[in-house]
Write a protein that binds this ligand. Structure first.
Ligand SMILES: C[S@@+](CC[C@H](N)C(=O)[O-])C[C@H]1O[C@@H](n2cnc3c(N)ncnc32)[C@H](O)[C@@H]1O
Length: 218
C-alpha cells in the first residue's frame, strides 16, 4: 500500500510487466496517434515527456522530432525504456530520472522545449498549479503542452484506496490552471475510454482526454 504522492516504489515494482497490459498499450497508442494528428510534431522540435514510464508514447513520437528528454521518477520504468532504446538503436531519446514537481531537481533551462507531452501522469502530481507553472517556463514562446489524463472520475479508478492521486480533472478547471500558468488552452478532446473493473467490483468507463495548450508569448 502506498499512502504518499508519487512514491516511485509502486512504479518500480510494476515496471517489468507494465507493457504486458493490452489496454495500457492501446491507450498509449491512442494518445500517441492523437498527439501526432493534433500537434503534427516536426523534425526541428526539442521535446520533453514527463512521466514517460516505459516509453510507450515517446517511442512513437521519437521518429518525428529532433530530440526527446524522457523524464520519470521511477528508475525501473526508465531502465525498461533504456533497454528498448539500446535494442533499437534510437539516438534521439535521453532518459532522465527527475521529479519535475520538485523545484530542487529540475535543471532544464527556461524555454528549452518546443513540445512537452504526457500521458496518465498529471493525476499523480500533488500540486497541479505549481507543477504547471514549473513546466510552462520550460516551453519556448508558442511552444505546445499536451497532456492526456482522466476526466473527473468516481474515485474508484485506482486499486489502492490509500494511493494519493487526483481523481481525474474537470476540463474547465484545468484550462483555468493552464491560463494561470501562462498557457492558453486550445482544445480538449476525448481520445480513449478505459473500461475497467474498478476496486468496488463494478465495470465502469473512464474517458481520457487530450488537452492542448500553447505558451503565451512573454
Ligand atoms: C500511470 S504511469 C504512466 C506511464 C506512461 N506515461 C504510460 O502511459 O505508460 C505514471 C508515470 O509517471 C511517473 N511519475 C509520477 N510522478 C512523477 C513526477 N512527479 N515526475 C516524473 N514522473 C512521475 C511514474 O513513475 C510513472 O512512470
Amino acid at each position: 500500500m502506498n499512502d504518499i504522492w508519487n512514491s516511485p516504489d509502486k512504479f518500480n515494482r510494476e515496471a517489468s510487466k507494465w507493457d504486458e497490459n493490452p489496454q495500457r498499450r492501446a491507450l498509449a497508442l491512442s494518445v500517441s496517434q492523437a498527439i501526432i494528428t493534433t500537434i503534427k510534431p516536426e523534425k526541428n522540435m526539442n521535446a520533453l515527456e514527463f512521466g514517460c514510464g516505459t516509453g510507450l508514447v515517446t517511442l512513437e513520437i521519437a521518429p518525428l522530432v529532433k530530440k526527446i528528454s524522457a523524464v520519470d521518477t521511477s528508475i525501473e520504468m526508465l531502465a525498461v525504456l533504456q533497454d528498448k532504446i539500446n535494442a533499437s538503436g534510437i539516438t534521439n531519446i535521453e532518459t532522465r530520472s527527475l521529479n519535475l514537481s520538485s523545484s530542487s531537481e529540475s535543471d532544464f533551462p527556461e524555454k528549452s522545449f518546443d513540445l512537452i507531452y504526457s500521458s496518465m501522469t498529471l493525476h499523480h502530481i500533488d500540486d497541479t498549479a505549481g507543477f504547471l507553472n514549473r513546466i510552462s517556463i520550460l516551453l519556448s514562446p508558442g511552444g505546445i503542452l499536451t497532456i492526456a489524463d482522466l476526466d473527473l472520475e468516481d474515485g474508484m479508478f485506482h486499486d489502492d484506496p490509500l494511493e494519493k492521486v487526483h481523481h481525474g480533472f474537470e476540463r474547465r478547471e484545468l484550462a483555468a490552471l493552464f491560463y494561470d500558468a501562462g498557457l492558453q488552452a486550445l482544445s480538449f478532446e476525448t481520445i480513449y475510454t478505459i473500461n475497467k473493473t474498478n476496486r468496488s467490483g463494478a465495470t465502469a468507463a473512464y474517458p481520457v482526454f487530450l488537452s492542448v495548450a500553447s505558451r503565451l508569448s512573454v
